[in-house]
Design a protein around this ligand. Structure first.
Ligand SMILES: Nc1ncnc2c1ncn2[C@@H]1O[C@H](COP(=O)(O)OP(=O)(O)O)[C@@H](O)[C@H]1O
Ligand SMILES: [Mg+2]
Length: 390
């Protein structure tokens, strides 16, 4: 039948046709898309006891429409990433019920009973003890399993070849890792930040450090990444009294530098801390970089004895983790910068009554992380730096 774009009204028949829904009960469908790229629908029966989510990639960027074409093949990257995640961390992703490559559609567990982490934080929630710990562990589990420590050499080469995601990598290379440091029509910022935006574009030392991180992103094929691990790609909540953390939306997945996943999470946590500080509601936000790093490091060290290639010795592990730490800080810096003077901004800052002071601090922090990532050797140093900025 070929690729067809699904509308809300098409979802019941689609779910039946694909064998996801039997019986003749009424299926109610609502569209819940709020990301930039794709469409998501939630289907439920009248009693609300059976629910499913359907995510479809369109041949363009959803918020831009046909004027910004983008291959719907990105859904293949998302499905592949979920396959790997399901192997290593099945409890931390939505259950995947099926992938339809022809229609670029994934059918998965409905997570509507949970809340997007960014939304919860913006409304004043704390992270709590589980979220960043679980994220750090997940990054360790996915990256160890898909690195040369978890897979043999031939398996790794096959994974790298199968996981190429050129169009979405190019978006990151442009939007995150170059445009904010150049004159580009995508860039916009608050008028109060005119001085810094100009300074950043003129700063040749900063540009060289970003070039270094950009090249690491392009060449550092360490492990399969989520690729877009910000607080809008995480859902949190409770089920049966127990805390629940679910990571979703891995369509930017490819084999790249592990620090890119940690760095994106850190930048978004740091921005949430700036918001909380601006509102005077700061609770545990500023501690999340430490919590997620410690969980990542502990889990990676726990897995290390199972590595497939013991030529990599314990001293190398220390060196490797140090490098991941440093690169994570650098990528966190680039994510901070691009979210303030680049293309897509964050509601954590834009919905503040007076967004300029917090945005300014986050922007300055981003520059410091990029420039001084090798000197900032632990989470305490990063926290002191964040607190010292005015
Ligand atoms: N499995 C799901 N269950 C319920 N809601 C979902 C599910 N997946 C996504 N959503 C909702 O749809 C939104 C967009 O999904 P996302 O995968 O982030 O799309 P995009 O690729 O466009 O960013 C999410 O922010 C969330 O609100
Ligand atoms: Mg998304």
């Amino acid at each position: 039948m070929g690729y067809r774009i699904l509308e809300t009204a098409d979802i019941p028949a689609y779910l039946r046709e694909r064998g996801h829904w039997d019986g003749s009960d009424d299926i109610g469908v609502r569209e819940v898309s709020d990301g930039n790229l794709n469409r998501v629908f939630v289907a439920s029966d009248s009693a609300g006891t059976r629910t499913l989510a359907v995510k479809q990639a369109l041949p363009w960027v959803r918020v831009a429409g046909p004027s910004w074409p983008l291959s719907p093949d990105r859904s293949d990257a998302e499905a592949r990433a979920y396959e790997q995640l399901a192997r290593v961390a099945p409890g931390t992703i939505p259950a995947i019920h099926g992938y339809d490559p022809e229609n670029h559609a994934l059918v998965m567990e409905d997570l509507s009973d949970l809340r997007v982490l960014r939304t919860a934080l913006n409304e004043g929630a704390a992270y709590g003890p589980d979220t960043s710990r679980r994220i750090g562990e997940l990054v360790a589990q996915l990256s160890f399993a898909t690195s040369d420590f978890g897979l043999d050499s031939a398996g790794r080469k096959a994974l790298i070849a199968a996981s190429a995601n050129p169009e979405l990598c190019k978006i990151t290379e442009d939007v995150v890792l170059s445009e904010p440091y150049t004159e580009h029509e995508h860039n916009h910022w608050l008028p109060e930040l005119d001085d810094l935006a100009a300074e950043f574009r003129a700063d040749t030392r900063l540009r060289t450090e970003v070039a270094d991180l950009r090249h690491t992103f392009m060449t550092g094929a360490q492990a399969l990444l989520h690729g877009d691990l910000h607080t809008g790609s995480i859902m949190v909540g409770e089920r049966e009294g127990a805390p629940v953390v679910r990571v979703f939306d891995p369509e930017f997945s490819f084999v790249g530098p592990i620090g890119f996943d940690l760095g994106l999470y850190w930048a978004n946590a740091l921005v949430s801390a700036e918001r909380a500080r601006a509102l005077g509601t700061a609770s545990d936000h500023a501690d999340q970089l430490r919590v997620s790093w410690e969980a990542f490091e502990n889990e990676f060290r726990r897995l290390w004895p199972t590595r497939v290639d013991t030529f990599f010795d314990d001293a190398y592990l220390d060196r490797f983790l140090r490098r991941v730490w440093t690169e994570s800080l650098g990528f966190a810096g680039t994510e901070l910068v691009r979210r303030i003077i680049g293309f897509a901004h964050l509601t954590d800052l834009t919905t503040l009554p007076n967004p300029a002071p917090a945005s300014r601090r986050a922007l300055l922090l981003g520059r410091e992380l990029i420039l001084h990532r090798t000197e900032l050797t632990n989470a305490r140093a990063v926290r002191s730096l964040a607190e010292s900025l005015v």
